[in-house]
Design a protein around this ligand. Structure first.
Ligand code: SF4
Length: 84
């Protein structure tokens, strides 16, 4: 099931003043928790103690956008997507 996360307006500011341009969503049913994304961007993706993927913060700051896009395209299960 694809969990829909609310998409913020373009250029929304985070509390820490880092510009947010995109969000990342996970299809939890497709994810096999193999940690590829967590290895690429550990500040956004994490595998918890129960071997489930956790998205630590779906609001992606501009300085992490390219890394997150790389993680999304690297997911072998195509379980991640960017919401512009
Ligand atoms: S790379 Fe894909 S399958 Fe692996 S943990 Fe991340 S979302 Fe899940």
């Amino acid at each position: 099931m694809l969990h829909s996360l609310q998409c913020p307006p373009a250029s929304q500011q985070r509390g820490d003043d880092r510009e947010v341009r995109v969000r990342v969503e996970a299809d939890w049913d497709a994810c096999e928790s193999n940690a590829v994304c967590a290895g690429l961007v550990p500040s956004v993706f994490e595998i918890d103690d129960d071997d489930n993927l956790q998205i630590l913060d779906g609001d992606i700051p501009a300085d992490l956008e390219q890394q997150v896009r790389h993680a999304v395209s690297s997911c072998p299960k195509m379980a991640l997507r960017i919401v512009e």
